[in-house]
Ligand binder design. Structure first.
Ligand SMILES: Nc1ncnc2c1ncn2[C@@H]1O[C@H](COP(=O)(O)OP(=O)(O)OP(=O)(O)O)[C@@H](O)[C@H]1O
Length: 272
């Protein structure tokens, strides 16, 4: 892969654009624990970017920095050409970054449809007073939001369970509903927190296919963290590898697979 100023062409012939997000020299500490040590990398338009690493490497911490849950003590986060000031997660979401969670965070008692609709909250402009005074506008907005949501529900093949309360769904489907909700926000950058965690082989295959389809069909830029190396290598265009808070590798799956530091980290070989 040739890394160009404006992007690159992947091995499977997709065109990847310029930098969407850039992490510059990020350091994050929790008291005495340094979860992220001076890490820099970028995420480019249209790519599937993975962050991997053994337990405690700092992957979740990094995802939480990207999504605004944690503000790093050092370094800069750049999004779509501008340096991002410290902001709350909901402000980050408004900028066009949506995420899923490792431990599913859906409204259990609500239907699949209503859960996915909550992904549209940032697009709901009319408030209660306006809705009372000007029903037409509120209705038009509701129709538009519905259309987006129904399209995503069809796309992720969850039509049959639209009205089912989430609590009744098996784990793999809940994960798919979470993906649907994140997509409903029509994000510029979609963050997936261990999307395959706890899944059986078949569920993993389904989820991999949906992630690839989302990227292909909607052109969504995706960053994910994941434990399962095999899955990541199949899915991703480029991979950042973390170990003990440091970046030890960054490149295509093949480059990373052949990186001795990465091999050692996964085999548990210590480095002084
Ligand atoms: N809120 C927190 N308070 C204190 N320490 C934390 C906190 N979150 C993470 N850490 C520490 O930061 C380090 C990195 O943790 P992190 O959860 O980011 O790693 P990870 O790669 O996501 O691990 P895993 O794969 O096990 O989920 C660990 O040493 C962890 O104990």
């Amino acid at each position: 892969m040739k890394d160009m100023e404006e992007g690159y062409i992947t091995e499977d012939g997709r065109t990847i654009g310029g930098v969407v997000m850039e992490m510059k020299n990020i350091t994050l500490r929790f008291g005495g624990v340094v979860a992220i040590k001076d890490i820099s990398f970028d995420i480019r338009e249209g790519e599937i970017r993975a962050i991997i690493g053994p337990n405690g490497a700092g992957k979740s911490s990094m995802l939480n920095v990207i999504s605004g849950f944690y503000v790093p003590q050092e370094g800069e986060v750049w999004f779509r050409g501008a340096k991002r000031p410290p902001m709350r997660p909901y402000e980050v979401a408004r900028q066009g970054i949506a995420r899923t969670f490792q431990n599913i965070a859906l409204f259990d008692g609500m239907s699949v449809l209503d859960n996915v609709m909550t992904g549209r909250l940032n697009y709901m402009k009319t408030n209660l007073m306006q809705q009372a005074l000007w029903r037409g506008k509120a209705e038009a907005e509701e129709t538009e939001n519905r259309e987006v949501v129904e399209r995503i529900i069809d796309f992720l093949e969850i039509q049959a369970i639209r009205k089912t309360p989430v609590a009744r769904l098996p784990y793999g489907l809940k994960k798919r509903v979470e993906l649907a909700r994140a997509l409903a926000a029509e994000p510029k950058l979609l963050l997936l927190d261990e999307p395959m965690a706890g899944m059986n082989v078949e569920e993993k295959e389904d989820m991999s296919r949906f992630i690839l389809d989302v990227n292909d069909e909607f052109g969504t830029t995706i960053a994910l963290i994941e434990h399962d190396m095999g899955v990541v290598m199949d899915l991703s265009d480029r991979v950042v590898v973390m170990d003990y808070g440091k970046k030890i590798g960054d490149g295509t799956p093949d480059e990373v697979r052949n990186n001795q530091d990465v091999i050692d980290a996964y085999l548990g070989v210590s480095h002084d």
